[in-house]
Design a protein around this ligand. Structure first.
Ligand SMILES: *Cc1c(COP(=O)(O)O)cnc(C)c1O
Length: 420
């Protein structure tokens, strides 16, 4: 459930009419509903009520806006970060270092050092050498790094190949059959408190079965590790729960997910860590855009909007579907293609889709754009970096400025040898 709804014929985010935001901030612009973030955070937590000790680390790559992080910090969420930049955001939002998990297959030595200095709560190790280096850095400073091994359980998550992470050939994690021996070698090192295992098999999962298969494998690994004498008190179950993008999509609910987790992890006696991203952020945001032209096409007209693939990359990257609705629908429908101004055929949001009738100057939104939206934006075609607005009840604020092409240009230099 989200807080985007039509009131007196006009689409609102909570109590703010979207044309108000378009007038004040311009388009394209991402619009977030603070109360939808809060609700999703609460529903996800509630779903895990029978899962014992639980730690929630919002995967901030889904939407790292500082205001979003502050809302989730207030809901008691920690953060899953994948770079020093994300760690800095989490800390700036007031998330305690102890509640931060550092994931990622390419953490640099500088990043490991910075995260140790910050005192983050957990390093998710991706390879043996990373564990050795982290242990050495920590030991040299008289510190102990809390860590878990990320295991690749070799399951097919049944999602888009580009967001599938848990198959043997993917770059992520340690092959599950090597985990025990690696644990033996790393666990005794000074500087490292190796206390558990982690998995994350992919994103936008529409089915709980692959997750259940992966969690069952992890359960057997935990038993093997304990039998080998290791202390295991944490298992990180990752993120990945899908969200409905199409009006008729049916996704497992957080309650369904939590029931499965409770059943599979019964008796594990560990703190369970979760790293939800999309399920918290996806339906908490829309991309608000204005129609520039309606251009006749061979089959259907092209609705050319002022948002493009540089603002919302998911369609070009993952063939993703984003619902498009008019902000002030008349009730009439049309068949149309929807595309942005960027000079790439891939800059097409929909082909041959039944949509609300829109004309030049009308406002529309791409729905379910709160996750992996603004965070992937670029300035391709020397377009502005898209701004972000947060609505909270009847209030709204710009929570990320539009970065203008002039600002980007001002950071570029022509070397003096060309400047004659
Ligand atoms: C991306 C990612 C997540 C979040 O995935 P969602 O599908 O957005 O829930 C969690 N953990 C790790 C390690 C990730 O890379």
């Amino acid at each position: 459930m989200d807080h985007f709804h039509t009131q007196n014929g006009v689409l609102h985010c909570e109590d703010v009419a979207l044309p108000t935001i378009a007038d004040a901030v311009g388009t394209p612009v991402y619009v977030y509903s603070a109360n939808t973030f809060r609700r999703h955070a609460q529903v996800f937590r509630e779903g895990l009520k029978d899962c014992g000790r639980v730690h929630l680390a919002y995967a901030i790559k889904a939407n790292p806006n500082l205001a979003v992080l502050r809302v989730l910090a207030d809901e008691g969420y920690g953060a899953d970060v994948v770079s020093a930049g994300e760690m800095a955001r989490a800390l700036a939002a007031g998330i305690p270092a102890m509640d931060i998990v550092f994931s990622g297959v390419g953490k640099t030595r500088d990043e490991l050092t910075a995260a140790l200095a910050a005192g983050i709560g957990q390093f998710n190790l991706e390879l043996e050498e990373e564990g050795e280096v982290l242990a050495d850095i920590a030991a040299a400073q008289g510190l102990v790094a809390p860590a878990v091994l990320r295991v690749n359980p070799d399951v097919d998550a049944g999602t888009h190949a580009k967001i599938s992470t848990g198959r043997a050939e993917n770059k992520f994690g340690i092959a599950i059959d090597q985990a025990l021996a690696m644990f033996d070698r790393l666990a005794g090192r000074p500087g490292l408190n190796l206390r558990g295992v982690a998995i994350h098999i992919g994103s936008q999962l529409a089915d709980l079965a692959p997750l259940e298969a992966a969690y069952s494998r992890i359960g057997r690994l935990v038993a093997d590790l304990r039998a080998a004498g290791h202390m295991i008190d944490r298992v990180d179950l990752g993120g990945g729960l899908g969200v409905p993008y199409r009006p008729d999509d049916v996704m497992p609910s957080p309650a369904d997910y939590g029931a499965m987790v409770a059943r599979v992890t019964k008796g594990w006696d560990v703190e369970l860590m979760f790293e939800p991203g999309r399920v918290i952020a996806g339906n908490a945001g829309v991309l608000l855009t204005k129609v520039i032209w309606v251009k006749p096409g061979v089959t259907s007209p092209y609705v050319i909007v002022d948002a493009a693939m540089n603002d919302l990359a998911r369609v070009a990257m993952y063939d993703a579907y984003h619902d498009f609705v008019a902000v002030e629908p008349t009730g009439a429908r049309m068949m149309a293609n929807i595309a942005g101004p960027v000079c790439e055929t891939g800059d097409t949001f929909a082909m041959g889709r039944d949509i609300d009738v829109v004309a030049s100057g009308d406002l529309g939104v791409f729905r379910t754009a709160g996750a992996y939206g603004a965070t992937m934006a670029s300035t391709y075609n020397s377009r502005a970096l898209v701004p972000e607005v947060m609505v909270d009840g009847g209030r709204y604020a710009i929570v990320a400025d539009r970065i203008l092409p002039e600002t980007i240009l001002a950071a570029e230099r022509v070397p003096e040898w060309l400047d004659t």
